[in-house]
Design a binder for this molecule. Structure first.
Ligand code: ZN
Ligand code: ZN
Ligand code: FE
Length: 762
């Protein structure tokens, strides 16, 4: 029986070899009809034998092209019209633009084979790509995803490339960035003044310079990297000095899995993540005898390692170094440079030369960073390779499209469209002028390529956040979402939960309901609302933000809470670097309540313990002291002891964790001569224990036995793994983030989910 069926496929189905796949499948099944890209996805018409059509649909569902992600397949029966051939039609440009944009993906094995084949016309060509790999999100200017709408528009295909692009049996059939040395982008080397350095082989010359200890700015996929030989202490020190970066670890790139395995310890989950086509930076413990310079990641137990993800990287990694430092091309907190001019301007004093190319980067996208915690992927930053692939929301947003503007630090944005949440790439810290500009550009661009015009804006409640100010000034309808509720909601959103959970939200800082500083919170929450069921005891934070950097101030406040009159002696004993005059000032501030907001932040408690144990007294980058404290605890992996922590309060008024009682026991332990590592491990164990205690009380009162963990503290593997074990053991179901960061990079998803839920209820 002959039938005709029209099929609409929705999802990430453009730029991923979908039409060639459909063409091949239809031809094999001897079906006639057509396939075409349209703004909403891919349209297919099939005419032919009824069973062949059923086979087509079955195979489409079961094994689509590797990079495609299908979200919906709709079919409609039609009258046969007598088609006898199958064709690929030109794109149509009408209707709403709702096709999903694919992220940028690492060079595939087939392309690497061609690149290393001397007989291939793309032998050693740094821009080789195909339907299964290469740039996507970073080069798209507009939809539909066709070459003319990408930054490849300026490169006219040569006849050989065009034949591959148009040949249905080719690996590059309609691969929009298809190119070759004849017709495609070129790479060249420039000096610090931007003058082209004449040389036969610019990549080879860059390798030579890197081997000789030079710092080279390399234009990559989503922006510039600053590269140097990671085994050369002088080169690494030079880069640190020029970049004004004291201690924050540099990311490194290793040639392949073998090379990475010589630098870090990888379990199966870590290896999978490192090798995944998204190619994130993976944090893993250093391996002994790694041979890299101390300055790559000073005072850190781990390295952030990634594998090459562009053909240019593969060529650069041929050099005689065990790894390259590949840190973002910026100075301290600025956004990463992504145009040639911008790089030459801003990185002039940092790089000795520039490896440039002429394929423009339209959207600046930093490397993603992840680590394995409790056997699963946890993001520290979700950006290149993942953005802008959406996350389905457990709420229909069709009636109310939303823009969630995110938090102040580690900002990302989130747009909703038809029940999907589209998280932007990582934007950064918005009090930085460059990052704020990138924030405004990202709103414009995403609005355009997602074809949405949200009338609702979701934002944090903190009136000082740049994103909140933007939202308040926009004139749009606002939905304010409390910071820790947003953290918990991000877990609910990505796990598809709508029912109430116990939300454990631990981080550095969020604006509380009445403007207090929160950060050690136990909530009962669903997507619509929350109640504060418990929290850490609020203690004064002398000098506000200053105490989050200059840590003895915060620690002194805890000592006053713990020891009263005895605080000063304890301080002299445990933190001799804290000057008498400063102590006197801070003491007066606390006594008089001057510029001493109360904080229940767990981040500040981590800072305090890090100082008191003599590990770190200044956060030169965010969470430095907590990270160093975690690393210290890992030196005592077998330690199971914990400090006794008082809890007071009630079900109705909320439970309060008496953290000063913890500080008291810890200080006494340390003074008795217990080692840093054991104290650090006991501290982590204590947090896990009181968290279990409070969750138990809330379960008794409410009957809720599901716990959602979120907030930046859950990047801490030592704590998270112990806490999850305790909760599991006590019969709790535990939910965690795996699609977005538990830290503030996931806040915009939580904001969007809460706003969507509230709007769906009105
Ligand atoms: Zn490829
Ligand atoms: Zn060509
Ligand atoms: Fe937070």
């Amino acid at each position: 029986m002959t039938r005709r069926v029209e099929i609409s496929v929705r999802g990430a189905v453009q730029g991923v070899g979908f039409r060639p796949f459909v063409y091949g499948l239809a031809s094999r099944l001897q079906l006639a009809g057509f396939v075409l890209n349209e703004p909403q996805g891919v349209e297919v018409a099939l005419e032919g034998d009824s069973t062949a059509i059923e086979s087509f649909l079955a195979e489409l569902r079961a094994s689509p092209p590797p990079l495609a992600r299908i979200m919906d397949i709709a079919t409609r029966e039609k009258q046969p019209i007598g088609d006898t051939t199958f064709v690929i039609r030109e794109s149509e440009q009408h209707g709403d633009r709702t096709v999903l944009i694919a992220p940028d993906l690492a060079t595939c094995a087939d392309c690497l084979d061609e690149m290393s084949d001397p007989a291939d016309r793309r032998y050693r060509y740094p821009f080789i790509n195909c339907t299964n790999c290469g740039p996507r999100y970073t080069i798209i200017r507009d939809l539909p995803y066709d070459r003319a709408n990408t930054t490849m528009a300026g490169f006219e295909m040569c006849p050989a490339c065009r034949a591959e692009y148009e040949g249905p049996a080719e690996r590059r059939f309609h691969a929009e960035p298809t190119c070759c040395p004849e017709c495609g982008p070129r790479v060249w080397l420039a000096d610090v003044d931007g003058n082209r350095i004449d040389c036969e082989n610019p990549v080879g010359e860059a390798v030579r310079l890197l081997s000789g200890g030079r710092v080279v700015a390399v234009k990559g996929l989503g922006g510039f990297h600053l590269a140097c030989n990671a085994a050369d202490p002088v080169a690494v020190r030079r880069l640190r000095e020029r970049k004004h970066r004291d201690l924050k670890p540099f990311a490194i790139m290793a040639r392949d899995m073998d090379a990475a395995g010589r630098l870090v310890q990888l379990d199966e989950a870590g290896a999978d993540l490192l090798e995944s086509r998204e190619r994130p930076i993976v944090l893993s413990d250093k391996r002994g005898g790694h041979g890299l310079a101390e300055g790559v990641a000073p005072r850190s137990k781990s390295y952030g390692v990634m594998l090459p993800y562009t053909p240019l990287h593969h060529l650069l990694m041929e050099g005689p170094y065990p790894a390259l430092v590949m840190t973002s091309g910026n100075i301290t907190d600025e956004p990463i440079a992504h145009t040639n001019d911008d790089a030459l301007d801003r990185l002039r004093g940092v790089a000795d030369c520039f490896l440039l190319h002429d394929r423009p980067i339209h959207i600046r996208t930093d490397d993603s960073v992840a680590r394995v915690v409790c056997g699963g992927r946890r993001f520290l930053r979700r950006s290149r390779g993942y953005a802008p692939f959406p996350i389905p929301l457990p709420v229909d947003t069709r009636e109310h499209e939303i823009l969630a503007v995110g938090p102040e630090w580690d900002n990302t944005l989130c747009f909703t469209r038809e029940g999907l949440a589209f998280l932007s790439h990582h934007i950064g810290d918005l009090h930085n002028a460059g990052a704020y500009e990138a924030f405004l550009q990202a709103i414009e661009h995403l609005q355009d390529i997602l074809a949405v015009k949200p009338v609702y804006l979701a934002c944090d409640r903190h009136p000082g956040y740049m994103a909140t100010r933007y939202a308040r000034d926009s004139g749009a309808q606002l939905i304010e979402v409390q910071h820790h509720h947003a953290h918990v909601a991000s877990v609910l959103a990505e796990t598809g939960r709508a029912a109430a959970v116990i939300g454990v939200s631990f981080d550095g800082l969020g604006w509380g309901e009445a403007g207090e500083l929160w950060g050690g919170e136990f909530l009962t929450a669903d997507l619509g609302s929350f109640e504060r069921a418990g929290h850490l005891k609020p203690v004064p934070q002398p000098g506000g933000d200053l105490a989050a950097k200059n840590l003895p101030r915060m620690a002194f406040s805890y000592l006053v809470e713990a020891f009263g009159e005895g605080a000063e002696d304890r301080a002299r004993d445990m933190m001799p670097q804290f000057a008498e005059e400063e102590m006197a000032v801070v003491k007066t501030m606390i006594q008089r309540g001057v510029n001493c907001p109360l904080t229940s932040s767990l981040g500040r408690l981590f800072d305090t313990v890090s100082v008191l144990l003599g590990i770190c007294d200044y956060n030169s980058f965010r969470a430095q002291a907590p990270m160093e404290l975690e690393a210290e605890a890992q030196n005592a992996p077998g330690e199971t002891g914990a400090y006794k922590v008082e809890v007071y309060g009630s079900d109705s008024a909320g439970w309060v964790v008496d953290t000063p009682s913890l500080i008291k026991s810890l200080a006494e332990d340390f003074v008795r001569g217990v080692t840093q590592s054991v104290c650090a491990a006991r501290f982590h164990n204590s947090i896990a224990a009181f968290t279990l205690d409070i969750c138990g009380r809330i379960r008794n009162n409410t009957g809720i036995s599901t716990v959602a963990l979120s907030g930046g503290v859950f990047a801490n593997a030592f704590l998270t793994e112990r806490l999850v074990a305790l909760l599991d053991n006590d019969g709790f179901e535990v939910l965690m983030n795996s699609e977005v960061p538990p830290g503030d990079g996931g806040i915009s998803l939580g904001q969007a989910a809460v706003a969507a839920w509230r709007l769906s209820c009105v």
